[in-house]
Design a binder for this molecule. Structure first.
Ligand code: ZN
Length: 189
């Protein structure tokens, strides 16, 4: 398995809608494995294909005990009740903000054998699913912030954007010690 580079804010691929997967291929199986590897190395809990420069409509998630992939996911039900929680993003390192989202969602997707499944989720898993599916629609958590908070987040981002030439974050060169010091490892998606 390979640890992939992560595309960071500014790379246009993060703003494009992903393309549904029609057939499973060995290449996509490898992509899924590499995405799990990359997400774990970066201590994230979710990672979507556009974040590693790919256009497939799929994402991987792992909140600690049950890693799974969602292929061609759709949110088929969202609760009226909302919840606010802090979010970060592997593609926007070190930037965190509170985002309000539906507290629970039901997602339909395919698994890595292209078998359909449905998943009801609440709290952190619901938040993570929504964040990843947003990535597949070209959307980022910054889009939910007020103008004031977004401007502040972007100003902070600007100070460190030079660390990622070509909008590329070389996760394979980062050590877990770096991550412990500078990040909230539980909240990056
Ligand atoms: Zn993200």
């Amino acid at each position: 398995m390979t640890i992939l580079d992560i595309r960071v804010l500014g790379d246009q691929i993060l703003r494009q809608a992903a393309v549904p997967v029609d057939v499973m291929t060995p290449d996509i199986q490898r992509l899924i494995d590499d995405m799990f590897e990359t997400m774990h190395h970066a201590r994230g809990i979710g990672l979507a294909a556009p974040q590693v420069g790919r256009t497939e409509r799929l994402a991987v998630l792992d909140l600690g005990k049950d890693p799974f992939v969602i292929i061609n996911p759709d949110i088929v039900l969202s609760s009226a009740g909302k919840a606010k929680g802090e979010e970060g993003c592997l593609s926007i390192p070190d930037i965190y903000a509170d985002v309000e989202r539906p507290k629970s969602v039901t997602v339909m997707a395919l698994d890595r054998n292209m078998k359909p499944f449905q998943r009801e989720a609440t709290d952190l898993l619901a938040r993570c699913l929504q964040h990843e599916i947003d990535h597949l629609d070209g959307k980022l958590f910054l889009d939910y912030l007020s103008v004031l908070k977004r401007t502040a987040a972007l100003a902070k981002w600007k100070l460190q954007a030079d660390d990622y030439p070509g909008y590329i974050r070389r996760v394979s060169l980062e050590t877990p010690e770096d991550l412990d010091e500078h990040q909230h490892p539980d909240e990056e998606l």
